[in-house]
Each structure stands twice: as structure tokens, then as C-alpha cells.
Ligand binder design. Structure first.
Ligand code: R5P
Length: 280
């Protein structure tokens, strides 16, 4: 049975439709002191827990769901992390810092037999789990949301995302790819260095794994607007959209935002359910 986290109810339903698996009944409550409580119906022999760890509270909820599934009699538990929070903290960047991705991966491993995650920032994060873990690539699904484009350019805001841009271009069927260079001065202060790519009178699709504060994409959209692109849209796998990210992108001149349902947001028009179903 599929056990949905509170942040992935739509994706869990899409996965149930895709696989024919039933959805377990789950309730989410709080004690007066703010602590969380989850409660499950039966889960059958195999529980598939689907929960993005979009916040610290969502991490606790996932651990509770895994434990409740065992309590309800599941012999095996597979954990699907559509979006894995803390995955970008995959090394100790300064003395005294933890490898936070490893800390959460270890905790998640204690309650599961297997982990599937979607487009983590680096696939190597899978090595931090103590159980078999696999990274799925769902970026190609974003192409289904794109309208017909003129002389399309699929542009990554930094070199690290060029593979994603190529994947979306290949799925779309035509177009060029390129990337900018990015320097991050602080959490929300980002500078992008344009490439020589000719963007004038072209439809440009900016592709990245995640939009968090929106700084990377807003800076990139502003540069492309200044250089005369016909239209600029954003395609990302994980629409975290913290703080004023939508506003920043709108002010910069973005025409459309396409994203998946790993994080459920108003722009999550593409479901990763088929990619997860294939991997089960
Ligand atoms: C980092 O390299 C990632 O691929 C994204 O570019 C980054 O996390 C986006 O963050 P933000 O939206 O805060 O600029």
C-alpha cells in the first residue's frame, strides 16, 4: 500500500493510479505542544512511503510514517523521497559543519529497506544511506509541459545543470543547449555570467534541478530579457519556491514556470509518478 506524507498527497494519488496500488488512510495531527502525530490504517505486507522532506517537520513526519508502517504490520518498507531536503549539504563546507545530508540519510535508513529519490542535487548522495538507494531522473518529463517553441535554447544557469538541460532538450525533440556560469556570494545573492549564446528572437527555457530562493533563475531571466530573448520560461524538477521566489521571477520577466509534483506547488503541472512507478 502507498503511505502518503502530508506534502505529497497528489503525487501519492497519481502513483496509486499509475501502479494500481491502494492508498493507506493516514491522518496528521498535532499535540497541544506542537509535536506531530500520524496514524495509519493497515498497510499490507509492503508499505511504500512517499514523502518529500521539504522542512524539518516533514523529516520527523517521514520517520513517524516509516515506524507506523512497521507497527501496522508491513514486512518491507520502501521510502520514496520525491524531494530530499538537506541533499545540497552533502559535504562539510567549513570547519565544524556537519555533512547534513549524511545525518538525515542515516536517520531515514533506520526505518526502511530501500530508498528511491528523484533528481537529487548530486546522485552521490545515495551513497550516504545505509540501505540501497537509487536516484531517478525525471527531468525529461518536464518537456511534456512545454508549448511549441521557436528556435529553442535550453539553458542551464550553471555548468552543473547542463545534463538536465540536455535531457529536457532530448525529450522535447529539438533545440540547442548551453549554460551560464554562476557565482553564489551568499544564500540569496547570486551572480550569473552569460555565455556567448545568441538568444535574440529565441524561446529560451532555463532548466535547473531546484528553484529555492529563486535568485539563480531571477538573475538568469534578467540577463536573458536584457539580451532580447523572445520568451523566457523556467523548467525545474523541484519547485521549492521559498520566500518571494515567485515574485522575483515575475519581476524579472519570466513568461511561464513548469515544475513537477515532487514538491506540490501551483506550478507543479508535471507528475513524476510514471518515473517512480517504472523504478518500483
Ligand atoms: C545549485 O547549484 C542548484 O542547482 C540550484 O541552482 C540552486 O539550488 C537554486 O537555488 P536558488 O533558487 O536559491 O538560487
Amino acid at each position: 500500500m502507498i503511505v502518503a506524507g502530508s506534502h505529497n498527497q497528489l503525487l501519492a494519488a497519481a502513483l496509486a493510479a499509475e501502479t494500481g496500488e491502494s492508498l493507506a488512510s493516514v491522518s496528521f495531527e498535532r499535540f497541544p505542544d506542537g509535536e506531530r502525530k500520524v496514524q495509519l490504517s493497515e498497510t499490507g505486507d509492503h508499505a511504500l512511503v512517499v514523502a518529500s522532506t521539504v522542512s524539518d517537520g516533514a523529516h520527523v513526519e517521514l520517520l513517524q510514517l516509516q515506524d507506523a508502517a512497521r507497527e501496522a504490520g508491513a514486512e518491507t518498507v520502501t521510502t520514496v523521497l520525491p524531494y530530499m531536503g538537506y541533499a545540497r549539504q552533502d559535504r562539510s563546507f567549513e570547519a565544524g559543519e556537519p555533512v547534513s545530508a549524511r545525518a538525515v540519510a542515516r536517520a531515514i535508513s533506520t526505518g526502511t529497506d530501500r530508498v528511491l529519490t528523484v533528481n537529487p542535487h548530486e546522485d552521490a548522495v545515495c551513497d550516504l544511506f545505509d540501505v540501497p538507494a537509487e536516484a531517478l531522473d525525471a527531468a525529461g518529463l518536464l518537456a511534456e509541459a512545454l508549448p511549441p517553441l521557436a528556435a529553442p535554447l535550453f539553458l542551464a544557469p550553471d555548468a552543473g545543470a547542463i545534463g538536465l538541460a540536455r535531457t529536457v532538450r532530448d525529450a522535447y525533440g529539438e533545440g540547442e543547449t548551453d549554460h551560464f556560469e554562476k557565482t553564489r556570494h551568499s544564500g540569496a545573492d547570486v551572480e550569473v555570467e552569460p555565455s556567448d549564446a545568441d538568444v535574440e528572437r529565441r524561446d529560451v527555457v532555463l532548466v535547473d534541478d531546484i528553484v529555492a530562493t529563486g535568485s539563480t533563475m531571477s538573475e538568469s531571466v534578467a540577463v536573458l530579457t536584457e539580451r532580447g530573448a523572445s520568451s523566457i520560461s523556467v523548467a525545474c524538477v523541484h519547485p521549492v519556491f521559498a520566500g518571494n521566489a515567485y515574485l522575483s521571477l515575475a519581476r524579472a520577466g519570466v513568461e511561464a514556470i513548469h515544475a513537477t509534483d515532487t514538491v506540490e506547488r501551483p506550478v507543479s503541472t508535471v507528475s513524476v509518478a510514471p518515473a517512480i512507478a517504472d523504478a518500483l
